[in-house]
Design a protein around this ligand. Sequence first.
Ligand code: FEO
Length: 389
Amino acid sequence: MKARKIRDGVQWMGAVDWNRRLFDSLIPLPDGTSYNTYLIQGSDKTALIDTVDPAMADILKHQLANVQKIDYVVSQHAEQDHSGTIPLVLEMYSQAIVLCTPKAKDLLIDHLEIPTERIRTVSDGETISLGNKTLRFIHTPWVHWPETMVTHLPEDRILFTCDFLGSHIAMSGLYAGDDPYVIEAAKRYYAEIMMPFRKMIQGNLKKLREIDFDLIAPSHGPIYDHPGSIVSAYEDWASDRVSNLVVIPYISMHGSTETMVNYLVSALAERGVTVQKFELSTTDIGKLAMALVDAATIVIGTPTVHVGPHPSVFSVTHLANALRPKLKYAAIIGSYGWGTKAVEQISSLIPNLKVEILGTVLCKGRPREETLSELDALADSIRDKHTAI
Ligand code: FEO
């Protein structure tokens, strides 16, 4: 992809990574991603905002071929998908210096061995003049590491946000427009990357409300030309509000736990409670994370392997604990063969989830009438709690 004009003196550069399917060797990318870079040419100085993943450095190098000088490389986030090509840019432009937060300076030295003399830190609210254009830096920690910041270009009413408000989606178009799928992709991104930092995001959104902008230009995914939709979506996702939704991650070995899950799904539906269930041997973990953005309750369904939960349940419970969703209630259900400590072990895995445990329903072997009655009672309890949300 060639460089593309956004405004006079402002160009999109970067790489669209259509084929990437995994990020951090962990996060599924069903729609690929992009690494957006922005070139801002003022009357006196030129700045480049973020770079690209080192695997696509040649694309950026080609786009910069006719750019005579770069004075500043703005590093909004030190993770390598944005910072990894900074050393190449510094090599290409011997006068260029990196602008970043004080925390980013240490990280850029640690991760990329950028010489300290080529880094200048900027304080929260500091401005740098490019002549007829100004860069204003706003510190927004924890979107997604502790050192992150966003950059405002007031003359063109553009806010550059790096990971914050971004989406893992590869597109030929430059702008999101009103495409609802972009918001869906941004929700997946929020769920997988941003959700653990929900409280900090609330504070960062407050800072954004004081800035005038018409465009939000993230470093992943398309540019938001109707930025109100992504900002209000983030305000909803990061809020303390939960939905009348139960998420059930589960797995079954011989069918008994699945029978229990299906019975509970039906019982909850009869009571007006929305349910999303995720069979863990086949599910898209990103879809599960997205459901956790809004859910009030999680019900974990597990058989017992030896005395503990199934390893897939171990893994997903650990992930849910790390993502810190705003869940309010939890329950554990499942079947075991001859003995179990699944409840004790699962409970020890979720210290970050500030949930009220509404019950555990375990049965030895196949579920019988008394087990189904216990599941009805659990469904009653969930309905009563959700009615009060
Ligand atoms: Fe897109 Fe946290 O890096």
